[in-house]
Design a protein around this ligand. Structure first.
Ligand code: SF4
Ligand code: SF4
Length: 218
């Protein structure tokens, strides 16, 4: 147990370093007017990686993820709880609608000769939405990149898994989950399950499980 927590600590430091470096790169590309190159990074580090290892892009690379992680850290320090995702926003239809809306905005503004600054707009939106709602709302329902990765990551066999025979149903994992993707197996059961397509492999759940029921399976 202790060594697992030490590993989580190391993993968290590596995640932080990676997030800072990619945030600097994002800022530099924006400053130089070459932000379109970020779509290449998404293609490789996002879609490519997700086919094998899951949504590591959301955890280690995405500037929206980094901004929201910082926000969550501040809210936690202040002891402020944000609102859960409203029940009417829990349907996948929102993913489709946001994906279409952002795609249309990009196409129409490009035709008009003033390209829509998609990435900076998303960064601003993620920060504003997460001032009120839990981080999971943006990760799971609003972000068009997240929606694409929730499809491509389904091909991956690797991911966080809960061993149902070890789980004692304490709910600790559900309470800390970054994307609110841990739920009860059924209404009657206390055993938890992970919606793999929405998991960003942050491993917070693994760190808090009292019986080591959660691991990254390959
Ligand atoms: S690793 Fe665990 S805490 Fe993090 S998003 Fe996945 S299920 Fe949630
Ligand atoms: S923290 Fe571990 S024991 Fe508790 S509900 Fe989650 S998987 Fe089960």
């Amino acid at each position: 147990m202790k060594s697992q927590h030490t590993q989580s600590g190391r993993g968290s430091t590596a995640q932080t370093i990676s997030q800072i470096l990619f945030l600097i790169l994002f800022g530099a590309l924006t400053f130089l007017g070459r932000i379109q190159l970020w779509f290449g990074i998404f293609l490789i580090a996002g879609m490519g990686v997700s086919l094998i290892w899951g949504r590591l892009y959301c955890r280690d690379v995405c500037p929206m993820g980094t901004a929201m992680r910082l926000e969550s850290w501040i809210f936690k320090k202040l002891g402020i709880k944000r609102l859960a995702t409203p029940s009417w926003m829990r349907h996948w239809i929102w993913n489709v609608l946001f994906l279409l809306a952002f795609g249309a905005a990009m196409l129409l503004t490009k035709r008009a000769g003033t390209p829509f600054p998609m990435l900076p707009a998303l960064l601003g939106l993620s920060v504003v939405v997460s001032l009120v709602f839990e981080e999971g709302l943006f990760h799971r329902r609003i972000c068009p990149f997240g929606t694409i990765l929730s499809v491509t990551s389904r091909i991956s066999r690797r991911g966080m898994k809960i061993d149902s025979s070890s789980c004692i149903g304490c709910g600790a994992c559900e309470r800390v989950c970054t994307t609110s993707c841990i739920t009860r197996e059924s209404e009657e059961s206390k055993i938890r399950v992970i919606a793999a397509q929405d998991c960003i492999v942050c491993k917070k759940c693994e760190a808090v499980c009292p019986v080591d029921a959660i691991t990254y399976r390959t």
